[in-house]
Design a protein around this ligand. Structure first.
Ligand SMILES: [Zn+2]
Ligand SMILES: [Zn+2]
Length: 154
């Protein structure tokens, strides 16, 4: 795995998983979709994913900054979850995820459908050129810098 891949990933700690019950100190058990429950007093708590998800469910159309304000979940984490497809912006949302190429609002992922297609066309074209130039002079350096531009976070 390359460096850029690693930089793109958040560790589990970044989701602020509740491990100890704030009520009684008991062990928090994972219940699914970001929800945890104390095995002793049954108190329920959420990690960042659960908090953001819950908030979006009851506040459709919330922006990342509104979610951050209400839940304390960092916008960076929210955007990351959107990119990973763990969260999806609702249809009626004031979009807050943008295509990394053209800036158009998107619901999930990193590119809008058109740029996604263009991106693949671009890669295919690069590959074609590479195949042609392989015999003569290499295009290796240019290729890798072009890829980095697409992978750069935020
Ligand atoms: Zn407890
Ligand atoms: Zn786009």
């Amino acid at each position: 795995m390359g460096m850029s891949k690693e930089r793109d990933m958040l560790s589990y700690d970044d989701y602020h998983i509740p491990k100890v019950c704030t009520n009684c100190g008991g062990v928090m058990i994972f219940k699914g979709v970001g929800e945890y429950q104390c095995e002793d007093c049954k108190a329920v708590d959420y990690d960042d994913y659960g908090k953001a998800r819950l908030y979006i469910e009851s506040h459709r159309g919330a922006t990342a900054s509104e979610i951050e304000e209400a839940t304390g979940v960092k916008q960076r984490t929210i955007r990351h979850m959107l990119k990973e497809g763990r969260l999806e912006v609702t249809q009626d949302s004031k979009m807050f995820l943008r295509c990394e190429v053209c800036g158009k609002s998107i619901r999930f992922g990193r590119f809008c459908p058109e740029c996604e297609i263009n991106y693949h066309r671009h890669l295919e074209e690069k590959q074609r050129q590479k195949n042609i130039k392989m015999q003569g002079f290499g295009l290796g350096m240019e290729e890798s810098s072009g890829e980095k531009r697409f992978k750069r976070d935020r």
